[in-house]
Design a protein around this ligand. Structure first.
Ligand SMILES: O=P(O)(O)OC[C@H]1O[C@H](O[C@H]2O[C@H](CO)[C@@H](O)[C@H](O)[C@H]2O)[C@H](O)[C@@H](O)[C@@H]1O
Ligand SMILES: O=c1ccn([C@@H]2O[C@H](COP(=O)(O)OP(=O)(O)O)[C@@H](O)[C@H]2O)c(=O)[nH]1
Length: 499
């Protein structure tokens, strides 16, 4: 499986001169399946056609890429270009098997059902979910496409790890065609309480799809609990501790699926190494200098998503400026808002609103020398992320709902001097592990304001105490720990619990 040969990348438009490798073996003992492959296409603008790929940002990729680089498995997913067929290739030591999506699939399955139905429904209906039968039909069709790709490439008895909300039907589809497989599923986003999940017209089909897995992983115990309650309520499954007993038509238990929390983490070694590199420390100093060396730099880093609470954060910051508790000469908020799902309407509206608010704040409070909010609608490589973490005295994570939030864990890991302060929403999964953060309810603007002030004025001794404890937690639980725990649990022999 590791015996790879260099080959040119072929697409329907012709042959691209990318230095890629194609796996010689077609069957794999271990496979990861996710909506997106962990790479983005890069084009060479000089017209020589030297296209290639680079590792994409985002929590899921950050979490899984290190494990896949070290393992012998293959990764199945969409390569990001609609209507284009790309043959299997290898990138940075990962064997990648692209699934082709048409423009219609992207619109109906990805932007529609995944990101305008499931995403808002699973994130506390912060935005209203839309229910369209054409989107659902496409979701079913595309899930089958992913399942078929796995079926073609999985060796007999292989372990398959399906990722996330875009592929909730894949476990059942795999179990039907390939009962020899060991099937895991990990949900990176929250799972809603049954009272909200109930809105979904296809709630039974989704639960049934998920229950094709042997093991279902969630970020928080409450997500696993919500899922099990829905399995009981909507499918009549019996739930025993962490086991869900799926029954056949005659009431006999035909399959046992387990549901458990496995909080995801980050590549600790990579962030630590970058955080001590002289050029990255220098870059952090340069960032401070470029902002006029303010006393305090506050930082927000998010995909531009309505779940992340960017509006709430800006409101609190603006009011602190208006109240005179924070002065523009003393403090700057850097807000990285990386582009995300830009063709989905709610995301377009959010961008307009955020950019209007930032313009208003800066127009009101900026001076010639000082800026209140340095807003960056860009996606940065990990090196620049770490420089930003080092430059920031206070990290603001104010999500209204977030599966985990790896940014919070990265900030803590980067602070090797045990200084800095993390303001963290209790609605982010990371709050379960980072208990010494300043935990906030982002809807409580007064509470958020007073907590930001506490973090800005935190005595160094107290900062050190909190940061030391948080760093220990993350350093002891990195992403390898997460994947090893999940995969070990997946291999466990299940003894039926009839208690
Ligand atoms: O692929 P996109 O539509 O551009 O979205 C990017 C990813 O966003 C989501 O991340 C989630 O997973 C993180 C890691 O577990 C977690 O920390 C975060 O709270 C989640 O929101 C999504 O789940 C991925 O599928 C997307 O690829
Ligand atoms: O410009 C950016 C913005 C974010 N990220 C990375 O994207 C991930 C975001 O994960 P998180 O769990 O915080 O949120 P998600 O976007 O997955 O919902 C983190 O690893 C960030 O370092 C990045 O590499 N460049």
């Amino acid at each position: 499986m590791q015996d790879l040969a260099s080959e040119k990348l072929k697409t329907e438009e012709g042959v691209r001169a990318a230095p890629v490798k194609k796996p010689t073996a077609t069957k794999f003992d271990f496979m990861v399946v996710s909506n997106r492959l962990p790479v983005d296409r890069i084009s060479d603008d000089d017209g020589h056609g030297a296209d290639g790929w680079r590792r994409s940002p985002g929590g899921l990729v950050t979490a899984l890429a290190p494990m896949m680089t070290k393992s012998d498995g293959a990764w199945v997913g969409w390569h990001g270009a609609p209507d284009e067929t790309v043959r299997p290739f290898s990138h940075e030591g990962m064997d990648l098997i692209p699934v082709q999506l048409s423009s219609d699939d992207v619109e109906l399955f990805y932007e529609g059902f995944s990101n305008a139905t499931i995403w808002p429904l699973y994130h506390d209906v912060i935005a209203p979910p839309e229910f369209h039968r054409t989107w659902w039909d496409s979701y079913r069709k595309v899930n089958r496409k992913f399942a078929d790709a796995v079926t073609r490439h999985a060796a007999d008895g292989a372990t398959v790890w399906v990722q996330d909300y875009q592929l909730q039907l894949v476990p059942r589809l795999l179990r039907e065609t390939r009962p020899d497989l060991k099937i895991g599923f990990f949900n990176h986003i929250p799972f809603p309480p049954p009272e909200i999940f109930a809105q979904l017209p296809w709630r039974r089909e989704i639960i049934d799809g998920l229950l094709g897995a042997d093991l279902l992983g969630f970020q928080r115990p409450s997500d696993a609990g919500n899922f099990m309650r829905s399995a009981r309520r909507f499918l009549g499954a019996s739930v025993k501790q962490q086991q869900v007993h799926v029954k056949g038509p005659d009431g006999e238990v035909t399959h046992i699926a387990r549901a458990q929390a496995f909080p995801i983490s980050i590549d600790v070694a990579q962030i630590r190494e970058l955080a001590t590199k002289p050029e990255i420390i220098e870059r952090a100093q340069q960032i401070r200098k470029d902002l006029g060396n303010p006393k305090t730099i506050l930082l927000g880093v998010d995909r531009l998503d309505y779940t992340k609470g960017i509006r709430h954060r800006l409101k609190a910051f603006e009011e602190l400026l208006a109240d005179g508790h924070i002065k523009v000469e003393d403090a700057t908020l850097i807000q990285v808002a990386s582009p995300s799902r830009e063709r989905v309407e709610q995301y377009r509206l959010l961008r307009e609103e955020i950019e209007g608010t930032v313009g208003h704040i800066n127009g009101t409070y900026d001076t010639i020398q000082n800026t209140a909010v340095r807003y960056l609608h860009h996606s940065y490589p990990v090196e620049e992320m770490v420089a930003l973490y080092l430059a920031a005295d206070v990290m603001l994570v104010t999500a209204l709902r977030d599966g985990m939030n790896l940014v919070a864990k990265e900030y803590v890991t980067a602070r090797s001097e045990d200084d800095g302060a993390l303001v963290l929403s209790e609605f982010a999964g990371a709050a379960d592990q980072l208990k010494q953060a300043f935990l906030i309810n982002p809807h409580d603007i007064d509470g958020l304001k007073s907590t930001i002030l506490r973090a800005v004025n935190l005595p160094p001794k107290e900062a050190r105490r909190r940061m030391k404890l948080m760093r220990k937690q993350i350093l002891d639980h990195d992403v390898d720990h997460w994947s090893a725990e999940f995969l070990a649990a997946l291999e466990e022999k299940v003894v039926r619990d009839d208690s």
